[in-house]
Design a protein around this ligand. Structure first.
Ligand code: PMP
Ligand code: GLN
Length: 477
């Protein structure tokens, strides 16, 4: 800061005052000795704003993250807190209790005789949990999964995806992403300095009965994305948000391209236990020649309806899993012990009744099916055209026919689905998620006419959503 000092007998005041000399402004302050100090504000401001610019330049979000600072989850969870919608069909979580044996296990563990159940456990996965994950998945993939080096327990499926992507993607590597996609894939690829290459699922038809099976990939377009820089393809089946279950034929097409171009497959299967009969979830790792090049991701949050437990896993061949372990051991090291033990005991419980219809891996989809059917019917009755999901607990519904009933001009968002979901929530009290969040910038228009509804909710809340939409429709004839 520049400082000019001079004595003046004809300046008299008590506090600081501003004086202009020529082009410059000064603050005049008299010191105890009677000396008046003139502090140059212009220079101080210039220096300050220069310092501020340097600060903002230096500490801005690193360019490799792209537009990663915006998150639909952060924004819409905040909206739910602010608007307190009558029914929240936005973020995917059940609004009712998980199976009793699951929550009871956690309660018992926290107060158990064994003090070590509240201390750090093995970094790559708590012993009882990796043993049980091996017992669950070995028969499903038709090979003995080594619990020590072919399974990694992670902080939710999120961290499994993160460790797989950060562990395998080098600067400049390309990763093929199928749209709509679970939004964090894009950010994680960019964090690894990789390049996402997007291909959209498109509906074969848009009117009449549309199911998630109608949303398909163009084989030629997919083939054209594979090149020597391709490191990985991310496949999400069953799919969020569409509920699509990729068929054997579709998975074979992807598998053949992976083998031909020596590409890894990261298979996000968190909704694996929610396929509606007769549709069957197929693990791409079971296709010929695919175990060697596939990392499969699962989630306890989805498996046992405890999304707040934030525990997931990845499994695959030891050589591929090593890279994930390196990321995990240096940024997480070990996950929460009591939660892992509770999940292990929950698997014990389900493994003991594996072949019974009561097993949660079978009963969950049975429990969800009437909810899906109710919401499909309700949405149709209220002017939406829903895509009927073959799995999972989301419905993507086209709201084009409601466009003339809702004035979106008061909403300032860039994309129509953001405007629609916000205005719809304000007018009906029903909160949903805008699907453009699941598209890359160039393809956002593909999601703009849709809204995503979550139906793993109490029947009374689904009924209330139906009632509120009906009342809104009646008012806006
Ligand atoms: N993948 C998909 C497709 C998801 O929908 C989610 C959200 N549950 C995740 C991964 C992350 O799961 P988790 O809550 O276990 O981190
Ligand atoms: N997977 C859940 C969903 O799609 C939750 C995502 C999240 O909260 N980040 O709604």
């Amino acid at each position: 800061m520049s400082l000019s000092t001079y004595s003046s007998s004809n300046v008299s005041y008590d506090g600081p005052i501003k004086i202009q000399l020529g082009q410059s402004w000064f603050t005049a302050v008299r010191s105890q000795s009677g000396v008046v100090e003139l502090k140059n504000l212009n220079i101080a401001f210039r220096n300050l704003s220069c310092a501020a610019n340097q600060m903002t330049d230096k500490f801005k979000l690193p360019a490799r993250y792209g537009a990663g600072e915006k998150s639909v989850w952060v924004e819409y969870i905040q909206l739910a807190a602010e608007y307190k919608p009558a029914v929240n069909l936005g973020q995917g979580f059940p609004d009712y209790h998980a199976p009793q044996h699951v929550t009871k296990a956690l309660g018992e563990i926290a107060t158990s005789e064994n003090p070590l159940l509240n201390q750090y456990t093995r970094g790559f996965g708590h012993p009882s949990l990796i043993q049980n994950l091996s017992k669950v998945y070995s028969p499903l993939v038709g090979r003995e999964i080594n619990p020590q080096n072919e399974i990694l327990v992670t902080y939710g499926a999120y961290e499994a995806l993160y460790s797989a992507i950060l562990g395998h993607v080098e600067q400049g590597d390309e990763v093929i992403v199928i749209e709509p996609f679970f939004d964090c894939y894009d950010f994680m690829i960019k964090s690894a300095c990789g390049i996402p290459r997007f291909i959209a699922l498109n509906p074969k038809k848009t009117s009449g009965t549309v199911t998630s099976a109608d949303w398909v990939l163009d084989e030629k377009e997919l083939e054209s994305l594979f090149n020597p820089k391709t490191k990985m393809i991310i496949v999400n089946t069953p799919h969020n948000p569409l509920g699509k279950v990729f068929t054997r034929q579709e998975l074979e097409m992807i598998a053949n391209l992976c083998k031909k171009h020596n590409v890894l497959c990261l298979s996000d299967e968190v909704y694996e236990w929610m396929a509606y009969e007769p549709v069957e979830h197929i693990r791409i790792a079971t296709l010929p020649g695919m175990w060697e090049r596939t990392i499969t991701v699962g989630s306890a949050g989805k498996t046992f309806s405890v999304t707040g437990w934030k525990t997931g896993w990845a499994y695959g061949p030891a050589a591929l899993m090593l890279n994930l372990q390196v990321v995990h051991q240096n940024c997480v090291y070990t996950c929460c012990t009591p939660i892992q033990e509770a999940i292990a005991r929950s698997f014990d419980y389900e493994l003991a009744r594996r072949d019974s219809p009561d097993c949660y891996f079978k009963s969950l989809a049975r429990e969800l099916l009437p909810k899906r059917d109710f919401l499909v019917k309700t949405l149709r009755e209220n002017g939406f055209n829903p895509t009927i999901p073959e799995a999972g607990y989301f419905i993507v519904a086209d709201w084009t026919k409601l466009e003339n009933k809702i004035d979106l001009s008061s909403e300032s968002d860039k994309y129509k689905d953001y405007k629609f979901t916000k205005k719809f929530a304000k007018e009906t009290g029903v909160l949903t998620i805008p699907p453009t969040a699941f598209y890359s910038e160039g393809h956002k228009h593909l999601g703009e006419n849709f809204a995503r509804f979550c139906f793993i909710k109490k029947d009374e809340n689904l009924n209330l959503a139906g009632k509120l939409m009906k009342e809104w429709n009646a008012k806006n004839q």
